[in-house]
Design a protein around this ligand. Sequence first.
Ligand code: XBP
Ligand code: MG
Length: 254
Amino acid sequence: MALQALIFDVDGTLADTERDGHRVAFNKAFAEAGLDWRWDVDLYGELLAVTGGKERMRHYIEKYRPDYKKPADFDALISRLHATKTQHYTSLLGHGGIPLRPGVHRLLQEARQRGLRLAIATTTTPANVSALLSHALSPEVESWFEVIGAGDVVAAKKPAPDIYHYVLERLKLSPQQCVAFEDSENGLRSSQAAGLGTVITINDYTRTHDFRGASLVLDHLGESDQPCQFLSGPSVNGATFLDLNLLDKIFFNT
Ligand code: XBP
Ligand code: MG
């Protein structure tokens, strides 16, 4: 069976968006709403255990702010905060922005040249995906992705496999024909449960996660002038970046 498609997670995988992007946007939304909720870098790392911004805010209140008296319209408050946070996040990407991680653009281009199909499977809001791709690369890049599975299109977010099932169904491919790219344990649990071989690129928030079951773990995808480290997986014979030939060898023994 040959490789047909690459499926990418977004936050932490395409770009390091959490610490200086999502976290900052949440804090701005809280401050504007007159709330004393404040997520510092370490706390945010703990909160990332729960995927999805709305779910993360609810988890914060339950676990860290038992003193907080929920208003009668708490659900509406969470929705409003999340909408404001999305506005802050997308405008933050437009101002200075957050670059794609090393090797991402290179691998996307290589996949397109080779006629591979591309897709996205993420927990984040669709507007955030558009903003990241158009500001980090250009507005037409979104159209490179045949399927964008994002946000609330499935009821159960990662680590549930639903978003990968959603994407695979729309691609009309089996998991054996695709490779997933993730950065976190929740992401790996999700892709693994959908039956996908998975490449992990770690980041500062996820380097201590449990990546057992991943096909390959790297610090990033690497560039010819920016070698990556292969942290676990099969021998790569001195490779310094991940390209499609290496991916074929690892996943399809070709
Ligand atoms: C990352 C997430 C998201 C973002 C926030 O998902 O967990 O919740 O932190 O996005 P992934 P929203 O790595 O799968 O892209 O606030 O839009 O939910
Ligand atoms: Mg991620």
